[in-house]
Design a protein around this ligand. Structure first.
Ligand SMILES: [Zn+2]
Length: 269
């Protein structure tokens, strides 16, 4: 989502919303479709991200909050570049200066909130979000505090958005491999040295993901539709049954918190 935010920040700010078309009634789970039309005529201001939420500040007032969930993606289309209608198009925002922002979502889990007054604290999931692992102030001590005393598998805690914001399944698997920690270890059992390793690994894979454009494994692509290169660097995610790139052992799989998990039985303890 950070990658998407950066890309949109290059094209959206200053543009005025001319039209908003909702092609999927289920999309705005907490916003009435009629109320959404209030965004027309407003201009895009600053773009922010919190966890996996994209926050689009509108001027003079109002906030659009978008969460892509499992399969949603955003596409930017300069005017004149309109191709054939996408089969899973859910939302189209057309700008007065030209250009369209499209939300494509085959599984229809993406959510959109319109907050005419006030801030994102009104979005339930957003208000309860934990700290950002990539923020300057997030130290290994903060990570240690999130894990301490918890009996849940360390991976489940990493994925818990109330503990840490924005860590997805892929990043959790890759960070645990990099840190040499089995995903099913009790979170509270990590030694201080392991917490420091995990902290470094987590920040490394999250940064890499942003740098290389995320992954297309779960249908994420950059806003211009370009595939991410991050997946070429994946060590374990999606590689169950294949040899470990480090030691050659066959990578094993399990389910943690309902999510598929891949790890190396030899490199991770
Ligand atoms: Zn290995």
């Amino acid at each position: 989502m950070e990658r998407i935010r950066r890309e949109l920040a290059q094209v959206l700010p200053g543009r005025q919303i001319a039209r908003l078309e909702l092609l999927e009634e289920r999309l705005p789970q907490r916003t009435r479709p009629e109320a959404l039309q209030e965004v027309v005529g407003r201009r895009v201001g600053r773009l922010r991200r919190r966890g996996k939420y994209l926050l689009i500040q509108l001027e003079p007032e109002g906030l659009l909050v978008l969460h892509l969930r499992m399969s949603g993606r955003l596409l930017w289309q300069e005017s004149g570049g309109e191709g054939p209608e996408h089969p899973h198009l859910r939302l189209r925002i057309t700008f007065a200066e030209g250009g369209q922002l499209l939300l494509v979502d085959p599984r229809r889990f993406a959510t959109l909130f319109w907050i005419p007054h006030g801030d994102e604290g009104q979005v339930p999931g957003l208000a309860a979000l934990g700290p950002e692992p990539l923020s300057r102030g997030f130290t290994s001590r903060h990570l240690g505090a999130a894990l301490a005393g918890r009996r849940a598998p360390v991976k489940a805690v990493l994925l818990d958005q109330r503990r840490l914001a924005g860590v997805g399944n892929i990043y959790a698997d890759e960070a645990l491999f990099r840190a040499g920690i089995r995903p099913d270890r009790r979170a509270g059992s990590l030694t201080p040295a392991e917490v420091r390793r995990l902290h470094r690994a987590l920040r490394h894979v999250l940064r890499k993901g942003i740098e290389l454009g995320g992954v297309t494994v779960r249908s994420y692509t950059g806003i211009d539709g370009a595939a991410g290169r991050f997946q070429e660097t994946l060590q374990v995610y999606g590689r169950r049954g294949e040899p470990c790139r480090r030691c050659g052992e066959t990578l094993a799989g399990m389910r943690i918190g309902g999510r598929s998990t891949v790890y190396c039985p030899r490199c991770q303890e």
